[in-house]
Design a protein around this ligand. Structure first.
Ligand code: SF4
Length: 445
């Protein structure tokens, strides 16, 4: 299939790592001479980058796939490709379930798509070995002032509810020098903010492929030394590996943002054990104390799972207690969803009825939002540096951006996307801040 001005369309499901992988997929296709189209029905190459973190993700994706199949019935020349974690989790079965799929590839095999497209293969092909880093492929960034950087692939943890180790393999890290060179290139191309990506970023440096052992803190220090790099963010760290040198990096390095997303999952040590999270409630609290000792103003956000098999009212009460004590600036909250081939999926006897989980979720959200609202008041009256992302979603006459703390800020003022401007904060909800661009502070910049 020659690429001359063929069009492609990519639908991305799931996490930031998938967004990153899709940017690389697009960069690779553009380098092959393809052109992206925003209309799926106009594309000659229809691609899906799938997620498999929850049952719901699968069913939503399948409805999209069936729509693509209807376009292919009208034009058999269309090529359909499925990548990402769902493809990796079912492998060759993709073709048995969906015979109209032409190519399937796992998260570690995006580059194989290029091989398939430039080959004269007429038969459907699947590629599922954990081979390469998508971070090695050219990138078509969604925003030219923000960039994802894949620092590692895979995960060595064994959280009992998680399918990621099965779909992304064991942890492998990219050499520090390679990452520094990549970020330097991004900054030269106009990137102001990078987000470092890994399943367990703060374990970085123990499994470096083609380079010497390093550490996450060492990487942060090297990146902070790059002239012109304004902001460094990262996701997701693991509380077990949240070492003092990383905590201090937030306090000592100007570019490391005052925001940490630290997944708690449950406040009950009994449930954390059943989840195989390798830390207890006390250890989590100890990490929070250390983080706040060195970074009193840092924003802390988290992930929490409700209704994990065996969760009692007493376990849930502990989750609420931790949320009251810590006072997170925000939280992603999920009702447990069994994933096939995970250890927790075997715990059928301890299933928590859905209506019980829903009722607990309501109580959890009330606590999280109330504490987040209390926490966000500390920004009112202060001037914060905001990276402008574009017009406000709620009021196009205003601008939207993100503070270093990771808070969305809607504000009045004149600025371009990609600029970092001082904004006087005038109001705060649990989720967002409101403000006015400080012309005085800007004049002084
Ligand atoms: S740390 Fe646990 S939850 Fe996160 S990707 Fe690894 S196994 Fe999954």
């Amino acid at each position: 299939m020659s690429a001359v001005s063929k069009t492609f369309h990519v639908t991305t499901f799931g996490c930031q790592m998938n967004e990153h992988d899709s940017e690389r997929m697009k960069g690779m296709l553009v380098a092959l001479g393809y052109a992206e189209t925003a209309e799926q029905q106009e594309a000659e190459l229809i691609l899906f980058n799938t997620c498999s973190i929850r049952e719901k993700a699968d069913s939503r994706f399948i409805s999209y796939l069936q729509l693509a199949a209807s376009y292919k019935r009208r034009n058999p020349e269309i090529v359909i490709g499925v990548g990402g974690c769902w493809a990796q989790s079912v492998k060759e079965d993709v073709f048995r379930q969906f015979p109209y799929v032409d190519v399937a590839f796992g998260p570690g095999q995006v580059h194989k798509l290029a091989e398939f497209l430039t080959s004269d293969s007429l038969t459907a092909q699947g590629f599922f070995e954990f081979e390469g880093f998508t971070g090695h492929l050219p990138s078509a960034r969604a925003r030219d002032f923000q960039g994802w950087v894949q620092i590692s692939a895979g995960c060595n943890m064994k959280c009992s509810y998680c399918i990621v180790p099965a779909t992304r393999g064991r942890q492998v890290d990219r050499p520090l020098e390679e990452l520094v060179a990549e970020v330097r290139e991004m900054v030269d191309a106009g990137v102001a903010e990078v987000t470092l990506l890994g399943q367990n970023v703060n374990a970085y440096g123990r499994a470096v492929r083609g380079g010497s052992r390093s550490s996450f803190a060492a990487l942060l220090h090297e990146l902070d030394a790059i002239d012109g790099l304004r902001r460094v963010r990262y996701t997701s760290p693991h509380p077990q590996d949240m070492t003092e040198d990383v905590v201090r990096a937030h306090a000592d390095l100007a570019s490391v943002c005052p925001h940490m997303h630290l997944p708690l999952q449950s406040g009950s040590s009994r449930i954390l054990k059943a989840m195989r999270r390798t830390y207890s409630r006390e250890r989590f609290a100890d990490r929070v104390a250390l983080i706040r000792e060195h970074n009193p103003d840092i924003a802390l956000t988290t992930d929490i799972i409700i209704g994990f098999p065996g969760e009692t009212e007493a376990d849930f009460a502990e989750t609420l207690e931790v949320c009251e004590e810590v006072g997170f600036d925000g939280a992603f909250t999920f009702i447990y969803s069994p994933r096939r081939e995970t250890e927790a999926a075997e715990l059928v006897g301890d299933f928590v009825p859905h209506e019980v989980s829903v009722e607990r979720m309501d109580r959890l959200v009330e606590v999280v939002q109330r504490r987040a609202l209390e926490r966000s008041q500390r920004f009112v009256g202060r001037t914060l540096d905001v990276l402008v992302e574009g017009p406000s979603r709620t009021d196009p006459s205003r601008l939207r951006g993100r503070s270093g703390h990771g808070k969305t800020v809607n504000f009045s003022g004149l600025a371009e996307a990609g600029e970092i401007v001082p904004v006087q904060i005038t109001g705060a909800t649990s989720q967002t801040l409101a403000g006015e661009m400080s012309l005085l502070a800007r004049a002084l910049v």
